[in-house]
Design a protein around this ligand. Structure first.
Ligand SMILES: [Zn+2]
Length: 80
């Protein structure tokens, strides 16, 4: 029995960015914090169907949310 890192970061399917959630990403939330980001900068969070609203509300309440788009895993979006 070999024990070691179970995860290879190159092979993890895109997952929801919500804390503790391991559901597959269905949406990407593009956001920007005007206090620390230039206006054209976009940060990306991924969300499952359940957390799209949760994460979206969190960002929207702070005025950070810019866009929510369906996430297609083939696009290989990078969470930043
Ligand atoms: Zn989730």
């Amino acid at each position: 029995m070999v024990e070691g890192p179970a995860e290879n970061s190159a092979q993890i399917a895109p997952q929801c960015s919500a804390k503790g959630c391991r559901a597959g990403a269905e949406w990407q939330l593009l956001w920007n914090n005007p206090k620390i980001h230039t206006p054209e900068r976009r940060k990306t969070w991924l969300a499952c169907g359940d957390h799209r609203t949760t994460l979206g509300s969190f960002l929207d309440a702070r005025g950070f949310l810019r866009e929510v788009t369906p996430f297609a895993s083939s696009d290989g979006a990078i969470v930043s």
